[in-house]
Design a protein around this ligand. Structure first.
Ligand code: FAD
Length: 465
């Protein structure tokens, strides 16, 4: 008997660890509600996880098996489950965060002590950390070079789901409710979870929007991206299956459409780039990747932080993004960049404050990507936005949401204002603001002043003249 320990791979198909276990013997699929992981989770993410687990359990039940669940510390629970089901070996897919690796090392030791075999395999990304390096053998810190090698490297195809014969005839306990795990139902609308929903998102995206992705992805109101981030975070669909679908789309395309498909694939590579960065630099979760930025004296301003979190900064595109986050447990990529830049370069607040808020609210929160995104925007990360290039939220809003459609969707106070008024909002006089949108807040900072202050703050930290 084999035990497959599901973690961030909540699917039966295209699951490398599960396929390896099923190749060897009958498999008991298992999941542990890890108290340590739950301590860092938010309600939207937990809701998605529970729904994905319910879908996974259904897939096993249709094959005469079940998902066995436990709660507690995996260091105790995994050896206990292995003993309960007389498993000779436990198999799992690797997770690249420092916390997960420390936990997994402890589970390995516990299984060794119990005389149970174990194997962990790479599954969540195509090319494992250490397999794409500079010619000198070092991990890349510049994405473009990483991408070229990633793109040209051969990729494995999807792994088949285990058939009914290779799954053990077991019965699992009921899944806990969200309240049992210590969370309230999220107020945000969480996307449908599970492999079926993920495949639906993938196939509809690859049938159409992927061919316009390169152009449309920057415009939040077009809603033209795949929305696969939560599926990739929880592994409700496998990366090989996703890539195969994009290759099939590429086979139908040429010219700009083919370039657009490649642009999408390059976003999948960003995800792998950040997984490598996290693997080789586990400390980036709490520390700047560029240690020479450690001297930055971020401000301490609780009122500004609250205004940012509540979408009440008086910068319409920033407020729209922050409200989208609360409403959908998601935010468009361009707007993530803008709100992160605003927190660090306009409010001069520490990126770790923003990261913690995203971690609480995003359904797709992924340590590697979230940290990579924040450190990029804060100019402290690998291949980051240079500190002297500060986004102007008003001109960015005008450029990427010209009709203010996205802004108006999320900031109802501005619904009756014309787009020009919305984009000029920070520059309007109090009287003009009062007559255009009396219920919307005035800007809490002056962008030009803060831009100068941010540049000086970075130069001071770097010891520049
Ligand atoms: P698509 O545009 O359809 O992209 C397809 C997939 O590629 C995404 O699902 C994601 O897995 C990957 N991807 C796309 N852009 C990036 C990127 N810049 N970095 C890494 N991977 C990328 N992404 C997360 O998955 N989880 C996070 O917690 C997260 N936090 C972020 C925080 C900040 C401050 C920033 C600037 C970006 C963050 N991103 C994060 C990256 C990106 O914003 C999201 O992946 C994307 O918006 C998800 O929407 P989508 O699935 O429609 O993306």
């Amino acid at each position: 008997m084999q035990l497959h320990w599901h973690r961030r791979d909540l699917r039966a198909s295209d699951n490398r660890g599960l396929a390896a276990a099923a190749d060897a013997d009958e498999v008991v699929p298992a999941f542990v509600f890890d108290d340590d992981v739950l301590a860092h989770a938010g309600a939207a993410r937990v809701r998605f996880m529970l729904d994905a687990l319910a879908g996974l359990r259904e897939q096993y039940r249709e094959r005469g098996s079940d998902l066995v669940v436990a709660r507690g510390d995996p260091v105790e629970e995994i050896p206990r489950l292995a003993a309960a089901y007389d498993a000779e070996r436990v198999v799992w897919n690797q997770d690249y965060s420092g916390l997960a690796r420390t936990r997994d090392a402890a589970v390995r030791r516990a299984l060794d002590d119990a005389g149970v075999g174990r194997e962990s395999v790479h599954d969540a990304i195509h090319h494992q950390p250490g397999s794409i390096t500079t010619n000198a053998g070092d991990p890349y810190s510049v994405y473009t070079y990483f991408w070229k090698k990633w793109r040209d490297r051969e990729k494995a195809g999807p792994y088949p789901a285990p058939d009914a014969d290779s799954l053990a005839d077991v019965t699992g306990e009921d899944l806990p409710g969200i309240g049992d795990l210590g969370f309230e139902e999220p107020t945000a609308e969480v996307p449908d979870a599970g492999t079926e929903a993920a495949r639906e998102r993938l196939s509809s995206f690859c049938a159409d929007a992927i061919y316009r992705y390169a152009e449309d992805r920057e415009y939040p109101e077009r809603d033209a991206t795949s929305r696969l981030s939560t599926d990739l975070k929880w592994g409700t669909v496998g990366v090989r299956e996703v890539y195969e679908a994009t290759e099939e789309a590429a086979a139908e395309a040429d010219g700009e459409e083919a370039e657009s498909v490649e642009e999408f694939q390059s976003q999948l590579a960003w995800r792998e780039f950040y997984a490598h960065v996290l693997y080789f630099n586990p400390e980036v979760v709490t520390e700047n990747y560029k240690s020479y930025e450690n001297g930055i004296e971020w401000r301490d301003d609780a009122a500004a932080l609250t205004a940012w979190k509540d979408g009440e900064t008086g910068y319409p595109i920033v407020d729209a993004g922050m409200r989208q986050l609360r409403a959908e447990a998601y935010m468009h990529n361009r707007v993530r960049m803008l709100v992160a830049s605003f927190l660090t370069k306009d409010l001069l607040l520490d990126w770790r404050e923003g990261y913690a808020h995203f971690r609480e609210h995003l359904a797709d929160h992924d340590t590697a990507n979230d940290n990579g995104g924040w450190q990029w925007a804060a100019s402290t990360g690998t291949d980051a936005q240079p500190y002297f290039r500060v986004f102007n939220p008003a001109t960015q809003g005008e450029r990427y949401d010209p009709e203010a459609t996205y802004i108006k969707e999320h900031v109802p106070e501005l619904r009756d204002a014309d787009p020009e008024t919305v984009h000029d909002w920070p520059e309007l006089s109090p009287t003009e603001r009062e007559s255009a949108a009396p219920d919307y807040v005035a800007p809490i900072v002056d962008h030009s002043e803060r831009r100068e202050a941010a540049i000086s703050m970075f130069e001071d930290a770097r010891g520049d003249d």
